[in-house]
Design a protein around this ligand. Structure first.
Ligand code: MRU
Length: 340
């Protein structure tokens, strides 16, 4: 039994003819699966954060290419290629920051180009195989990250995390949370503090939900509580995920990650970034070049089901920030631990 089999839910799965995703906008109240059989449905699921987290976005997009190409009639490779380019460009426009999206779409395009002499039916099967492979590889990468990262945790340690870099964000057990699961399955008693993660509360709604499923001791804090917690509670390390790591090591991750890194530095707490190699972007020299997604103002002005700011309030809502590499103690990838 693989570690991923210990999870009680499936973030995304290929059913045999379409993509099924767990609708994360409904968590923690409802566990509802969403069937995506058309390109539009996959695009909406990614844009609306029904499926989110960098690796999961990449996997969903790979299957998005598959559903975007099936049930079509093609006479020539040229027709096939035109549709493929359109499907890929539509999926590439869903969310700009997580490089896993572009990495997965490049893989899908490359495998098609390599096999362009094949007929459309065969080509569709090749695309499906590649998407399944991207999913399986991510699952294995998570397990490796879990093993390497767990070696940094001792019995009784307390970890602070931000947003959701768990099973809900990947094709496997998660990156940051995968490390916590692995350590806990090894018998280490690990405690977790989870930041709420405004504006859309991935920490409160998703991280707490999935850690509770695995009976991990988790305490929810408001984002503005983290400095106080670092000073007064025994925080042994901070572990977060990444949406894109530039070639100099600067890290784009959920807004608020940079705050934590600065605070960790002040409190002399190790700050770890856990990410698969698909999150590393060697084409981008440093964090300043990473495109940061801005989300709708209503995610900030409307919360808890009601208006929480006056009408027409000006809002600035970047979904991600960039942590400079000098604040990162080490990267935990499927290849090992790389200290900075
Ligand atoms: O906007 P989201 O929910 O997609 O943001 C997710 C994050 O920032 C995660 O920390 C990151 O994608 C890593 S997931 C393993």
């Amino acid at each position: 039994m693989s570690l991923s089999d210990k999870l009680k839910f499936k973030t995304l799965e290929w059913t045999g003819d379409h993509l099924r995703v767990l609708d994360q906008t409904k968590l923690p109240e409802e566990t509802i699966y969403l069937d995506c059989d058309t390109l539009d449905e996959v695009v909406t699921a990614i844009k609306d954060l029904k499926v989110r987290g960098a690796p999961a976005i990449g996997i969903a997009a790979a299957f998005g290419v598959v559903v975007g190409m099936h049930k079509q009639n093609f006479q020539t490779w040229k027709e096939y290629e035109e549709r493929l380019n359109l499907v890929i460009s539509i999926l590439a426009g869903t969310r700009p920051t997580a490089v896993n999206l572009f990495w997965a779409l490049d893989r899908m395009r490359n495998v098609a180009m390599k096999n362009k002499s094949d007929d459309p039916q065969k080509m569709n099967r090749i695309l499906l195989q590649e998407a399944v492979l991207i999913h399986q590889e991510d699952k294995l990468m998570c397990e490796k990250i879990g093993e390497f990262g767990a070696s940094l945790l001792k019995d009784g340690d307390t970890v602070l995390t931000h947003c959701n870099a768990g099973a809900l964000a990947t094709g496997g057990i998660g990156t940051a949370l995968g490390i916590i699961y692995t350590a806990s399955w090894q018998g280490k008693r690990i405690k977790v503090f989870s930041d709420e993660t405004r504006p859309v509360l991935q920490g409160a709604r998703l991280t707490v939900w999935e850690l509770q499923q695995q009976e991990i001791d988790v305490t929810l804090i408001c984002d503005n509580t983290s400095a106080f917690v670092m000073k007064n509670k025994k925080i042994d390390c901070i572990i977060v995920g990444a949406d894109r790591v530039a070639s100099n090591g600067d890290v784009a991750n959920k807004i608020g990650t940079y705050n934590l890194a600065v605070l960790a530095h002040f409190h002399k707490i190790p700050f770890y970034v856990a990410a698969p190699s698909s999150s590393f972007d060697s084409a981008i020299p440093d964090g300043d070049k990473i495109k940061i997604e801005e989300r709708s103002p209503t995610e900030v002005t409307d919360c808890f089901g009601k208006k929480t700011a006056p009408l027409e309030t000006k809002v600035y809502s970047p979904a991600f920030d960039v942590t400079p590499v000098e604040l990162v103690t080490a990267f935990i990838t499927e290849k090992g631990i790389k200290r900075h």
